[in-house]
Design a protein around this ligand. Structure first.
Ligand SMILES: [Zn+2]
Ligand SMILES: [Zn+2]
Length: 182
């Protein structure tokens, strides 16, 4: 996975963690063009897929071209119980359950909820957006040491498949060695 696609996937995850159920991605023209260079997306296009299909498959979400890079989805209003401030979109709640609640509210409108604290409040959904910060995404395409092929683990970290060069944060390097990726 290229650094750019890593960054978009990182923000899809980040959106989820911040209480947004991601539904689509907005890509700037510039990002769209760069994304077509992504290895997996290029392979899909070589197999005859339309660029739009290739990108949708790679991101796991539909996308649109827009002014800026964003993850768009649905979030709860309020985000927390007004009585005990428990987060409604708790990362520990299964995503399927969140999807079910969001769809229900979209279909039938806002509903009275009973929180685990025993108090009642009204829950609704609204569209939420998280802008993707593209600053600092790695622009490396090959190993700076030997010129060999590299593999990205995040939008900033990569390692060389040939000479063992890497710019991994120490913790990640340790994790990888444990998993015997290198
Ligand atoms: Zn509560
Ligand atoms: Zn190398």
């Amino acid at each position: 996975m290229g650094a750019l696609r890593h960054r978009i996937m990182e923000y899809i995850r980040k959106a989820q963690e911040s209480g947004i159920l991601p539904e689509r991605v907005i890509l700037s023209k510039e990002t769209f063009k760069k994304l077509l260079e992504d290895e997996m997306i290029r392979k899909q296009m070589e197999r005859g897929n339309h660029p739009a299909t290739a990108i949708t498959n790679a991101l796991g979400l539909p996308f649109e071209i827009g002014e800026k890079d964003e993850v768009v989805g649905k979030g709860f209003v309020p985000e927390r119980c007004p009585h005990c401030s428990r987060a409604i979109f708790n990362p520990r709640v299964r995503l399927n359950d969140i999807v079910r609640i969001v769809r229900y509210l979209e279909r039938f409108g806002k509903q009275q909820m009973i929180c685990t604290c025993g108090k009642i409040f009204v829950l609704d959904v609204e569209e939420k957006r998280l802008e993707i910060d593209m600053r600092g995404v790695s622009t490396l395409t090959k190993c700076p040491q030997c010129g060999g092929p590299i593999k990205f683990l995040t939008s900033t970290e990569a390692f060389c498949l040939r000479c063992g060069w890497d710019n991994l944060k120490p913790l990640d390097a340790k994790k990888l060695k444990e998993k015997r990726f290198i």
